[in-house]
Design a protein around this ligand. Structure first.
Ligand code: CUA
Length: 341
């Protein structure tokens, strides 16, 4: 059976709303394939710790296995105890000092990594982004550039010789979340009433997938992140486009009236209209984003129609209500939304 939602036959879509095909073109998120200094440092320290503890495991397990086999009980054994060793200073000294040295090395290298990841100096070319986690989407505000977007973070490529890292200040609007883009950095908790910070300096362009890393309610699994890393010139072009208010296409005036006369304006912002809500994503440049619903569906007019008609079809539990518009208003509203470049 084909369900028709908002006038769109839903069985016509793959049930992942086009996301699988899109994401399959992006290299998989992996902590083992870092492209940014914090992720690289964490990967290195993890391998170092596994290598040292692996060698210790092999030595201990090897000696244990040897002893179990070599000194196992045999029928010919007599019942006397084997020779007992007490108070040997050299042995006790050895098995105290060696572990202390190993632990000390692990502490020092871990402390160095923590320092690199958490307390770097901000070079003059650094970009600041304010990240606000919401149930269940991400708000990105660029205070120095006057740009606001959602779910898809654009940052400039950072040349290791002339680094232009991006520093993120993270806050939550509701519950505890965690910002995690595996190839760029470790997880950073996003906590209400507390500002946490992190930084990234991606040195390979491309799109990186991430996700909320802390259970935050029904749609935690659908609180996805895309980070678009692009060369400086492309990034500057993106910023310039985001700062332009979208041009009003006269053919969609009715759709804009529908938008302005419904509850949309209480939660969303569109520059140049009366809408200045902050509860949901800023829609000023909606169509410059590849996905909607924090990565739940590809951003196409049909998907927008299904979403606006009833977001819970795509994202059960989403806090946006079903708009219950009649077919004409829904068509006109979506026609207006798709002009928001
Ligand atoms: Cu936000 Cu899990």
């Amino acid at each position: 059976m084909i369900a028709v939602i908002g006038g769109v036959p839903v069985a016509a879509f793959a049930n992942d709303w086009g996301m699988g095909a899109s994401n399959s073109k992006i290299p998989p998120s992996s902590i083992y394939n870092p492209v940014s200094t914090p992720a690289h440092e964490i990967n290195t320290v993890a391998f170092f710790v596994v290598a040292i503890t692996g060698v210790i495991f092999l030595i201990v397990a090897g000696l244990l296995t040897y002893s179990i086999v070599r000194f196992r009980a045999r029928p010919t054994d007599d019942t006397r105890e084997p020779p007992q060793v007490y108070g040997s200073s050299p042995i006790e000294f050895a098995w105290t000092t060696v572990p202390v040295i190993i632990v000390l090395v692990l502490i020092l290298i871990t402390a160095r990594t923590i320092y690199t990841v958490q307390a770097p100096a901000r070079p003059p070319g650094a970009l600041s982004v304010h990240v606000i986690a919401h149930q269940w989407w991400w708000e990105f505000r660029y205070p120095d550039l006057g740009v606001v977007t959602a779910n898809e973070l654009h940052v400039p490529l950072s040349d290791p010789k002339n680094p232009t890292p991006t520093f993120l200040d993270l806050e939550s609007a509701d519950v505890a979340h965690s910002f995690w883009v595996q190839r760029l950095a470790g997880k950073t908790d996003v906590i209400p009433n507390k500002k946490n910070t992190m930084w990234i300096d991606p040195h390979v362009s491309g799109t990186y997938l991430g996700q909320c890393g802390e259970y935050c309610g029904t749609e935690h699994a659908m609180m996805l992140i895309r980070v678009v890393v692009e060369p400086r010139a492309d990034f500057d072009r993106w910023v310039a486009a985001q700062k332009q208010p979208p041009a009003l296409d006269p053919s969609v005036v009715h759709g804009r009236q529908v938008f302005e006369s419904t509850a949309c304006v209480n939660c969303h912002t569109i520059q140049g209209t009366a809408a200045n809500g902050r509860f949901g994503p800023d829609l000023t440049h909606l169509m410059t984003r590849e996905t909607i619903g924090a990565g739940v569906a590809m951003n196409t007019p049909d998907h927008l129609k299904v979403w606006v008609n009833d977001p819970s079809v795509m994202k059960p539990g989403a806090l946006m209500p079903a708009m219950n518009l009649d077919d004409k208003d829904l068509d006109d509203l979506v026609a207006y939304l798709v002009t928001l470049h």
